[in-house]
Design a protein around this ligand. Structure first.
Ligand SMILES: Nc1ncnc2c1ncn2[C@@H]1O[C@H](COP(=O)(O)OP(=O)(O)O)[C@@H](O)[C@H]1O
Ligand code: SF4
Ligand SMILES: [Mg+2]
Length: 359
């Protein structure tokens, strides 16, 4: 049986703001096995980053882990003292962010920064660290690594900076790499290269990965299992293949429908999910997705569904489930979401006409 590396149990992380309590992470449970790649998906604001920052105990003020357990190889991160947490961050887990410039020091050479990451945690001697820098940069496919190690971050392109960040993340051979939207800021070709690289590293080094993204296509190409989040909660979880073939939560179904498909070249086929995600300081009663759900029933408005088993290793939080929705209702839902996108595309020419007639 697979060995569990990280086990998050009923995690609650909240922000105590003047506007009230924001329940950013509201009872999240998830796990990652040794060497596994887990995708965490959901729209912006659903609690993905705060879940990751909670795992590292780096939740910014006025945020706090209120309850729950974060077991890493059985040790609870929530209870670690300062020394233990420093050790954990330096040696066991590394996080890479969407914008590498926020984590790279602009006035220190790339090579020195990676070296510092290693010597700071005393995992390697200064001599070992020096030689490992070139090895690491080569591994993440930075060409002419020896020369480029002497560059400053601004001399690197966006894609190269992300590679340097990954090299820094891998410097202390962590068993878990958390990547938060690591390719969002990059263009499509570079995105593909970084994904390829992460795939290879996972295979070669056995580093487990938690990939945070709002992009289902990315999950499909990189992950074994996926957790779908909505309004600070897990709403569906399961093996990627299974979830893509048979999503049971209407939100997952909607997310999958908004993945651009190669065979749908026309822009007006791109669907977006109707409505906005809820305000986490004042979420709706019942199922948090009910104001946007095309398959809502009365019960959804008053009672929140629990996460229930819906298939082999697959769980979903829904009273209805996609398998119980009639083909007619699915067709109607598809039609209404497509017409939303089509109507939005119509806005541009209409506005153009307006400008012209006004001039
Ligand atoms: N510094 C903050 N102060 C108050 N609320 C915050 C702060 N950071 C995040 N939040 C709240 O936490 C929720 C989850 O944020 P986040 O985890 O960053 O979302 P995402 O899924 O886009 O990564 C947001 O919707 C927001 O309401
Ligand atoms: S519980 Fe109801 S509102 Fe929520 S996703 Fe399921 S059908 Fe939609
Ligand atoms: Mg985020």
């Amino acid at each position: 049986m697979a060995q569990t590396l990280l086990q998050v149990e009923d995690l609650h992380t909240q922000f105590f703001t003047s506007r009230g309590v924001v329940r950013a992470v509201d009872g999240v449970s998830l796990h990652i096995d040794v060497g596994e790649t887990l995708g965490v998906v959901g729209e912006s604001g659903c609690g993905k980053t705060i879940t990751a920052l909670s795992i590292l105990r780096l939740v910014p003020d006025p945020g706090k882990i209120v309850s729950g357990r974060i077991l890493f190889r059985g040790n609870d991160v929530v209870k670690m003292d300062d020394d233990e947490i420093r050790d954990f961050r330096g040696n066991d887990v590394a996080m890479i962010f969407q914008d590498p410039m926020t984590s790279l020091n602009p006035v220190t050479r790339i090579g020195s920064q990676i070296e510092e990451a290693m010597t700071a945690h005393k995992r390697f001697t200064p001599e070992q660290a020096k030689s490992r820098v070139i090895e690491l940069l080569t591994r993440v496919r930075v060409p002419s690594a020896e020369t480029r190690a002497k560059d400053y971050p601004h001399q690197f392109s966006g894609g190269m900076r992300q590679r340097a960040m990954i090299a820094m993340g891998l410097a202390n051979e962590p068993s878990l790499l958390i990547a938060d939207e690591p390719t969002t800021a990059l263009d499509v070709t570079v995105q593909a290269q970084i994904i390829q690289l992460m795939k290879q590293l996972n295979r070669e080094l056995g580093t487990a990965m938690m990939l945070i993204t709002h992009n289902m296509a990315l999950v499909a190409s990189l992950c074994q299992r996926v957790v779908v989040m909505y309004a600070g909660r897990v709403v569906e979880e399961g093996p990627v293949e299974q979830i893509f073939k048979s999503p049971q939560h209407p939100y997952t179904w909607s997310l999958l429908r908004s993945v651009p498909r190669v065979d749908e070249a026309r822009k007006d086929r791109l669907v977006s999910i109707k409505g906005l995600p809820p305000d986490l300081s004042n979420p709706p009663p019942g199922c948090k997705f009910h104001p946007r759900c095309p398959f809502v029933i009365d019960r959804c408005r008053v009672e929140e569904p629990p996460l229930g088993e819906v298939g082999p290793d697959q769980v979903a939080r829904c009273w209805v489930l996609m398998r119980n929705v009639s083909e007619g209702d699915v067709a109607t839902a598809k039609q209404s979401s497509i017409s939303v996108a089509a109507a939005e595309n119509l806005k541009a020419p209409v506005a153009d006409i307006g400008t012209k007639s006004g001039s």
